[in-house]
Write a protein that binds this ligand. Structure first.
Ligand code: ADP
Ligand code: GN1
Ligand code: MG
Length: 360
């Protein structure tokens, strides 16, 4: 079924004027559903069924979390709750999603009007504000029972699991790409110990398991015209995890002097001012719930996150580009090299990264 047919299944009363592909995510297919003045607009998404196997759990996670966040906004007397939170629009059968004949899953959200998206933070104000939004997200979910959220992608940010997957792909080498990736594989194998710190802290109980977002790229915050944060989006990966996961994914995208997939590795490094701004925004919003151990170990995530993305992009390159959408033939190895370079830069600057986040 195409988007025009799919949208008829949802509880939308207004007259639809157009449905167009929208946004630039790596995972889902997203459409802007524009309506005449009789109705607000909507956002239609086809959920990536290769990536997300447990659609029911995933949609239930989104429903529970977005309802909790909306309740919080209302309790705080916020006026424009619809611009500051996601709400799932139900189907005419009163469900949160539908499955089409080809087995694809579709859902609809309120469309957040007048938003701006940044693929990387252009300045420290955006880094601070994006981080504040993710820190507040963590803080507002701290009183939601973690048992209400399921682990939809098991071991999503478990580095031991990700390195095992890399070894499996290397062993199979289904498209003969291992020989192009020898240096990256060596770095991945050699870095296991330093990159396992957070996993070990979690397994020993030194840091608590929380409900986290797990995909805190700055482009998963919508900003308003004045560059104030409106809403955290892309709730597909909400799962139990550690605060470090959200901090780490945030700094890897906000504080990189280059692009996530920069071909020129000279462009890539940690910008310490941007890192400081992200740290300040995150800790500012989450300080009421972060434990001391969580706070002082956050810098480890600035190493782990580019590393884990590097390992995931590398694994997908070797596996033959089955997971991420790619723009060109070698895109995944380019992404892997860029992310592993950022991880190495984080290792070199670790003492400074640690000092900065402790002092914000
Ligand atoms: P992906 O998992 O593919 O990244 P996202 O849920 O992040 O999918 O959506 C892709 C893009 O669509 C976002 O980067 C943003 O530009 C836009 N978007 C998502 N949700 C909304 C919304 N409710 N209102 C307006 N724009 C949205
Ligand atoms: C994917 O959906 P999107 O593009 O925001 C991925 C993240 C990675 C990211 C790398 C479900 O995020 O884990 O960090 O690409 N999402 C999933 O850019 O795998
Ligand atoms: Mg996204």
């Amino acid at each position: 079924m195409n988007a025009e047919e799919i949208i008829q299944n949802f509880q939308i009363n207004g007259s639809i004027t157009s449905i167009k592909p929208y946004g630039g995510g790596h995972i889902n297919d997203t459409f802007h559903v524009a309506c005449a003045s009789d109705s607000p607009d909507f956002l239609l998404q086809k959920v990536n069924g290769y990536v997300f196997k447990n659609i029911e759990g995933l949609m239930n996670n989104i429903a529970v979390v977005s309802a909790h966040l909306r309740k919080k906004l209302r309790e705080q007397g916020v006026a424009d709750v619809d611009r500051r939170s996601l709400e799932l629009i139900k189907t005419k059968q009163d469900a949160f999603y539908i499955k089409d004949e080809e087995g694809h899953f579709w859902r609809v959200f309120n469309f957040i009007e007048g938003n701006k998206v940044y693929d990387g933070a252009p300045n420290t104000e955006i880094a601070f504000e994006g981080a504040r939004m993710f820190g507040r997200f963590l803080q507002q979910l701290a009183d939601l029972d973690p048992g209400k959220v399921v682990e939809t992608i098991p071991n999503f940010h478990n580095i031991k699991f990700r390195l095992d997957n890399l070894e499996k792909a290397i062993k199979e080498d289904p498209v003969g790409r291992v020989r192009q990736a020898i240096n990256e594989i060596k770095y991945a194998r050699d870095s296991f110990e330093v990159m396992s710190v957070i996993q070990n802290l979690g397994e020993s109980g030194a840091i608590p398991s929380r409900i986290v977002h797990n995909d805190t790229k700055v482009n998963n915050v919508l900003f308003d015209k004045e560059n104030k944060g409106l809403c955290v989006i892309d709730l597909d990966t909400i799962m139990p995890g550690y605060a470090h996961y959200d901090f780490g994914d945030g700094v890897r995208t906000c504080a990189n002097t280059g692009k996530e997939d920069d071909v020129d590795l000279k462009n890539i490094s940690y910008d310490l001012e941007m890192y400081r701004a992200f740290s300040a925004g995150y800790v500012d919003a989450a300080s009421s719930i972060l434990t001391k151990t969580e706070h002082i170990t956050l810098a480890n995530a600035a190493l782990l996150f580019p590393f884990i993305m590097g390992v995931r992009f590398l694994t997908d390159y070797i596996a033959g580009d089955v997971y991420y959408k790619i723009g060109y033939e070698d895109h995944n190895i380019v992404r892997a090299r860029a992310q592993l370079k950022l991880a190495a830069d984080g290792e070199a600057k670790f003492k400074e990264l640690e000092r900065i986040v402790k002092n914000v």
